[in-house]
Design a protein around this ligand. Structure first.
Ligand code: ADP
Ligand code: ASP
Ligand code: MG
Length: 420
């Protein structure tokens, strides 16, 4: 039997009416002859509420218990979706992660898939069930504990199932009708793309475009999953939405193909750290052990370079991390200082920053993108605090209050509203 994976995100299962609407889409595919694995998210707002409860209870929470709490949102939707399908005479059964089982690493709140054995679901399909509804975002560690895959993780569950079950396609139903040149909620000029290359989507996702979780794109690229993003709010057919595919399947040839932003950034500066070999390792080692995801790093040049003549040279070290990890980062630095591993005068935290990035595979062969980007921001009087570049992206950290303005200015500057 041909098989499809259909994933419904939070707003697509926000209430019983929306679940029914999603179930109708599933029923249609069953009527066309498919077995379907449905991956569901928690109802919209539920995961945030659960995270809030955890943080209120324990600011530096034990990640095992965080996972025990936040994974529960998906369980409710999975059961409700199965019931809704049954009411429509579609034989369906729900599955929590541990029941499949979805085996993951034990990195709580950021677990990765190890294996998804097919036996249990295959046996149910063989019994005549047409739909397996699987709770997204969650898994089981080898210690037997519930894990979660990081925010937005249901996308990754969907792609992992599509790969494990050799699905014909993995359809991600969401509240927009595809992938745009930038978040359509930020810029009215954003343009829907028919296709986007895996590499570009990977960068956009990792730089903040939350329409797909980064890891889901990585997996789709690795296992050659046909991945599509489309709307659960509209009538859709086999050509709807945006296909994420290989570079050589793309007709457009823009240097920059998208603008991403991330609102939840913080910038931390360690003032006057020693400028000597080993200092970066003494700073970023403890941060990594504390589970802080450091993103951009800038080490200022000290006035006198470290050498035998200037053993007392000092510098400042700036880095960025997600804003909700600032408390962890501060504690890691204070503990390292108390233990005598690092020295610094002050730790300055700026939580009002955002990261804006332009992405495009065309950057590999075109110069001048950075200059054009900085010029567009300068015209709007937006000050750049930190810059980072890679082969196909340029990112800047700016004051959060200019975030929307910067996204729009860059969208204009690179003429993304126009088809190439
Ligand atoms: P779901 O709950 O279905 O998983 P998400 O909220 O995680 O949905 O992702 C969909 C959202 O991603 C859209 O509502 C949109 O605001 C945002 N988004 C950000 N960047 C883009 C982009 N380039 N194209 C489309 N949507 C984007
Ligand atoms: N419910 C989880 C979240 O909000 C997972 C997901 O929806 O993808 O992050
Ligand atoms: Mg999502």
């Amino acid at each position: 039997m041909p098989l499809l994976v259909m994933k419904f995100g939070g707003t697509s299962v926000a209430d019983l009416g929306r679940i029914k609407n999603a179930a109708e889409k599933v029923k249609r595919e069953v009527a066309r002859g498919y077995d379907v694995i449905v991956i569901v998210s928690a109802m919209s707002g539920k995961t945030n509420e659960l995270v809030g409860w955890v943080e209120q209870t324990s600011p530096l929470y034990d990640a095992r218990e965080y996972d025990a709490v936040v994974a529960s949102g998906e369980n409710i939707t999975a059961g409700l979706m199965a019931l809704t399908l049954q009411e429509m005479d579609v034989p369906a059964r729900s599955w929590q992660g541990w029941q499949v089982p979805i085996n993951t690493t034990s990195q709580h709140a950021a677990a990765r898939f190890m294996s998804i054995p097919r036996d249990n679901l295959d046996a149910k399909f063989a019994e005549g069930f047409k739909v397996a509804v699987v709770a997204g975002f969650q898994g089981l560690s080898h210690e037997g504990r519930v894990t979660t895959l990081g925010r937005g993780g249901s996308d990754t569950t969907a792609v992992a199932f599509a790969a494990a079950f050799a699905a014909e396609r993995c359809d991600i139903y969401t509240d927009v009708d595809g992938i745009y040149t930038t978040d359509p909620r930020i810029s009215t000029k954003a343009r829907k793309l028919d296709r986007i290359a895996f590499e570009e989507m990977l960068e956009l996702a990792s730089l903040g475009a939350k329409v797909l979780q980064t890891r889901s794109v990585e997996l789709a690229m690795r296992y050659k999953v046909r991945l599509r993003v489309l709307s659960s709010f509209e009538d859709t057919d086999d050509n709807s939405g945006t296909l994420v595919c290989d570079e050589d399947e793309i007709m457009e040839s823009k240097v920059v193909s998208g603008v991403a932003y991330s609102r939840d950034e913080a910038k931390l500066t360690l003032v006057t750290v020693e400028d000597r070999p080993g200092v970066a390792s003494a700073i970023f080692g403890p941060l990594s052990e504390a589970g802080v995801n450091v993103d951009m790093i800038v080490q200022n040049i000290s006035e006198k370079d470290y050498d035998e003549a200037h053993p007392g040279a000092v510098t400042d070290m700036t880095f960025s991390c997600p804003v909700n990890q600032v408390a962890r980062a501060k504690k890691a630095m204070e503990d390292a200082r108390a233990a005598g591993k690092i020295k610094y005068e002050d730790l300055v935290v700026d939580t009002d920053v955002a990261k804006i990035s332009v992405v495009g595979i065309g950057m590999r062969s075109h110069a001048g993108v950075a200059a054009r980007m900085f010029e567009a921001l300068a015209k709007e009087n937006v000050n750049i605090k930190v810059i980072a570049t890679s082969e196909i992206k340029i990112s800047v950290l700016i004051d959060r209050k200019y975030m929307e303005l910067a996204v729009q200015a860059l969208h204009d500057a690179f003429e993304l509203e126009k088809v190439a």
